[in-house]
Write a protein that binds this ligand. Structure first.
Ligand SMILES: C[S@@+](CC[C@H](N)C(=O)[O-])C[C@H]1O[C@@H](n2cnc3c(N)ncnc32)[C@H](O)[C@@H]1O
Length: 196
């Protein structure tokens, strides 16, 4: 698996698909959502970012199973195994068609609110890299984060909120984290935003 990582690492390993759009997933966890998106949209290139080693290994073992001798990288999925925030700062203006933030760490204590990914200071950074009309999908199962997200979104004019729902929309692949949250009795909220 260690030999496979350089073959799928962003930015060193180039995408090899015909790229209609570039998408970014922040914090892919076990990689279920990123893998499902990449396999469903072969005309899109997806950068999937994660810092958690177990998560990175989990997606790698899906891409390069132990019983496959010479695994071939998916042409349109590359892993960024570091903090997604500097990556976003390094991307050109209007370079992303969509961004995905599925169940971000909630940082529920008020004194840690500045670490939340959905944050008034982060929104302009996301808006800069998304194309006009581009989509930002967010999901959270944490009531404090849900309330916080609604408040942050109500106080900005970079994104239009096109949908807020408690039912996972079609085309949003499920994640293991989400399944655990529902089993534990929490109700996720799913937001679709459109860059104005
Ligand atoms: C609660 S988990 C959810 C994982 C996944 N999205 C899912 O739904 O199963 C949040 C993930 O975001 C990752 N993460 C948090 N901040 C990050 C950052 N700045 N860059 C990349 N990954 C990040 C964490 O390591 C963690 O795996």
């Amino acid at each position: 698996m260690a030999e496979f990582l350089p073959l799928v690492s962003y930015p060193n390993a180039p995408f090899t698909n015909q790229q209609r759009e570039l998408w970014l997933e922040v914090g892919f966890g076990g990689g279920e959502h990123a893998y499902a998106l990449a396999t469903a949209h072969d005309d899109v290139s997806l950068i999937a970012a994660e810092v958690f080693e177990n998560g990175i290994c989990s997606l790698l073992s899906r891409l390069a199973p132990d019983d496959v001798e010479n695994p071939v990288p998916l042409p349109n999925l590359r892993l960024f195994t570091d903090d997604a925030r500097p990556l976003i700062r390094s991307l050109p203006d209007s370079s992303l068609g969509k961004m995905f933030l599925m169940f971000p760490d909630p940082w529920p204590k008020a004194r840690h609110a500045k670490r939340r990914f959905v944050h008034p200071l982060v929104l302009p950074e996301i808006a800069r890299v998304l194309v006009s009309g581009g989509e930002w999908r967010i999901a959270s199962d944490d009531p404090t984060y849900q309330h916080w997200t609604d408040e942050v979104l109500a106080a900005q004019d970079l994104f239009a909120v096109t949908r807020t729902t408690g039912v996972r929309p079609d085309g949003w692949p499920p994640t293991r984290y989400e399944a655990k949250a529902i089993k534990a009795g929490r109700t996720p909220v799913y937001w679709s935003l459109r860059k104005i």
